[in-house]
Design a protein around this ligand. Structure first.
Ligand code: ADP
Length: 667
């Protein structure tokens, strides 16, 4: 059994039961253990973040309860006044973060707190480890490690929680040493208390006055208030801080209402100049739980027919769920500062699903449902405003910060390109943001391509299907290279789709150079050979063309069967310079890679028809034109194989191919 399989399973029943009869002991999942170990043993440069993480979880839990209450009337009375309490007791060395949110069931406790479910767990653990190993504590500080960050400051953590809609309370506790316990408990209503016992020993378990001293601050109400103000000011529920260990002062009025430690001001409403970079980054962390800073932020205020505020971010790297249908796509929706829903897909087009953030509408109705939202005219207006704003931000980024834009394109270009197909209104703008591999090396844009077109060139030429390296080696490029005509190398499957949806750019058609009858603009560069040599060569070529070799090979191909059945014709080519032969496609422009893709998802593709084109000035073709009729099928097998290999495809029957090749070489 692998480590993962034992993880979070119950350990040998009963044998481990400790002090409490009903307590059950569990092992943490292996990755969780590793992160915990790092939390406990690393010198963490910024222990303050434990509070930010716990408050963020508390705020998420209240959001979740409100979402559930929308469809479950029984929960609505609990979902009214969300609040977070931070309680400190210096004498007991305890700090607790308490919320009246959704809470957790016993199973949820096991799966949420016993494992790390975050996206890209393995990569995350590796990154945290590397940061720790590099000895640069600042680096570790950049990771938000969620709930586990409690163990930076605490030597034991107790979570008491009651799931909304149930009557059961469960208490989870651990000292971070590889296992945790769960037992029944008591709680009046739904929500969660996370209680930490602040450490007084060093990482080796020795009593250490320095550790006691350095963490003592977290037992001060004022320190805690300061941390909340700094990291969690924008949290939309009040966070109250109270010292429960403190004796009440005699002159304190009993009905005095304490002020929350956070202003609850929506960061997206505040004028951009009043918000610091750090505040924007903190907010990004809060909503995404991403440990890397975002690449770009967009602050947008729309007035007029539909009024709304938006604060949007482009992350620095693609999330793992980018291509999952069920992924967390979309943005948060607020209506007049009230949180409505997470992952709202109606406010942002699918091809911008990497964008994270908040949209706050001034005019949608507070009791809007997901279904109504889709049909609302104002939703459509928000979506189109947001889309244009993001495209404009990207355009400026591309012009002003090309290096950053390159990073953006590497991470999200493949998704943005989908917009060429799905968003006809913004098609031109999206096409201008695209960047493609070029047959001339490096990358190019459509505008750059158009600007450097050869004399008389009317089309944008492209070759699709496969990696840039393989495409760049294709024989089909030979004549284009010789004439200095650039060809775009389209490597993503989505390219083959948009290139057929958007068949032109600024008046130039897109033409696949693997199609038949492609006109190649310009003329071949002048031969530098001896005068007269050119004429001799032309004469030879003519002789080969007239030898009827194409017809004889076609006849031979038709006898081969298997893959050869897709080869419909054999012809002389004008697009080859150095290679003996290549395939071109008849009719439907669809690359072999795309065809395989369709097959892999169980979809049919149009019947495959190819033409084998021969290079009349190639020595091998000359030889074949003189070869005996008995060998013609062997030569046909050889040419089909070579053309497949040059296209980056597999030779169908490698064994036969090799045998034929060796046989011919021996002769
Ligand atoms: P993250 O918040 O990044 O998902 P955490 O380790 O902080 O990771 O938390 C793991 C999960 O535990 C959360 O996603 C949430 O489902 C649950 N959780 C944590 N704290 C609370 C809380 N106060 N109330 C309810 N659920 C919580």
């Amino acid at each position: 059994m692998s480590e993962d399989e034992v993880s979070c399973g119950e350990s040998a029943a009963g044998s481990e039961r400790g002090k409490n009869e009903k307590a059950e002991k569990f092992e943490f999942q292996s990755e969780a253990k590793q992160v915990l170990e790092l939390m406990i043993h690393s010198v963490y440069s910024n222990p303050d973040i434990f509070l930010r993480e716990l408050v963020s979880n508390a705020s998420d839990a209240i959001d979740k309860l409100r979402i559930e209450a929308l469809t479950d009337d029984k929960l609505s009375e609990f979902a009214k006044d969300g609040r977070i309490d931070v309680l400190v007791d210096r004498g007991a060395r305890r700090v607790a973060v308490s919320d009246n949110g959704v809470g957790m069931s016993r199973d949820e406790l096991i799966s949420y707190l016993g494992t790390i479910a975050r996206s890209g767990t393995k990569e995350f653990v590796r990154a945290v480890r590397e940061a720790a190993a590099s000895g640069n504590a600042d680096l570790i500080g950049q990771f938000g490690i969620g709930f586990y960050s409690s163990f930076i400051v605490a030597d034991s953590v107790t979570v008491s929680t009651r799931r909304a809609g149930t009557g059961e309370t469960w208490v989870w506790s651990s000292s971070g040493d590889g296992s945790y316990e769960i037992q029944p408990g008591e709680r009046d209503s739904c929500g969660t208390d996370v209680s930490l016992r602040i450490k007084e020993r060093d990482t080796h378990g020795e009593e250490d006055p320095d550790v006691v001293e350095s963490l003592k601050d977290y037992l001060s109400e004022w320190t805690l208030r300061g941390i909340i103000k700094r990291y969690s000011d924008f949290v939309s529920y009040p966070i109250y801080v109270a010292d429960t260990g403190k004796a009440k002062s005699p002159d304190e009025k009993p009905d005095e209402k304490p002020a929350p430690a956070n202003s609850m001001k929506a960061i997206w409403i505040r004028p951009e100049g009043d918000v610091t970079d750090d505040e924007y980054k903190e907010f990004y962390r809060h909503i995404t739980h991403d440990w890397e800073d975002p690449m770009e932020r967009v602050v947008y205020r729309a007035e007029g027919a539909s009024e709304f505020h938006a604060l949007l971010y482009i992350p620095s790297r693609p999330p793992v769920d980018l291509f999952y249908r069920e992924g967390k796509h979309g943005v948060q929706l607020y209506i007049r500062r009230v949180f409505i829903m997470n992952d709202c897909r109606d406010l942002i087009p699918e091809y911008m699903r990497f964008v994270k953030g908040v949209v706050d509408s001034e005019d949608l109705s507070l009791n809007v449902s997901r279904e109504l939202l889709q049909q609302d005219r104002r939703t459509v207006m928000i979506k189109s405003g947001v889309t244009r704003k993001i495209l404009d931000t990207l355009r400026r980024m591309k012009e002003d910060r090309p290096d950053d834009y390159k990073k953006f394109w590497d991470a999200f270009g493949i998704v943005l390109k989908e917009g060429i197909v799905s968003d006809s209104r913004n098609r031109e703008a999206i096409m201008k943001l695209c960047s493609f591999e070029s047959s001339k090396g490096g990358r190019t844009t459509l505008q750059e391509y158009a600007a450097s077109m050869a004399d008389g060139q009317k089309s944008v030429y492209y070759l699709a299907g496969g990696e840039a390296g393989a495409l760049s080696a294709s024989p089909k490029l030979e004549a284009f290279r010789e004439r200095g005509v650039e060809v775009l190398l389209l490597c993503d499957p989505v390219d083959e789709i948009w290139v057929q949806t958007a068949p032109s750019f600024e008046g130039s058609d897109f033409v696949s150079i693997s199609g038949e009858n492609v006109e190649i603009p310009g003329s071949p560069s002048e031969d530098s050979g001896e005068p007269g040599e050119k004429d001799k060569k032309a004469e030879k070529t003519k002789k080969i063309e007239e030898s009827g070799i194409a017809g004889r090979l076609k006849e031979a191909v038709s006898k081969l069967g298997g893959f050869a059945a897709s080869v419909d014709d054999v012809r002389m080519s004008s697009r080859l310079v150095d290679s003996p032969a290549t395939f071109v496609q008849k009719g439907e422009r669809i690359s072999p890679q795309m065809r395989n893709f369709f097959k892999s998802i169980g979809q049919g593709a149009p019947e495959e028809k190819r033409v084998l084109e021969l290079n009349p000035s190639h020595r091998l073709i000359e030889k074949i034109s003189e070869a005996s009729e008995d060998d013609m099928e062997k030569w046909a097998t050889l040419l089909l194989g070579l053309a497949s290999i040059a296209d980056g495809e597999r030779v169908e029957n490698a064994k036969d191919f090799t045998k034929t090749l060796v046989g011919l070489l021996e002769k």
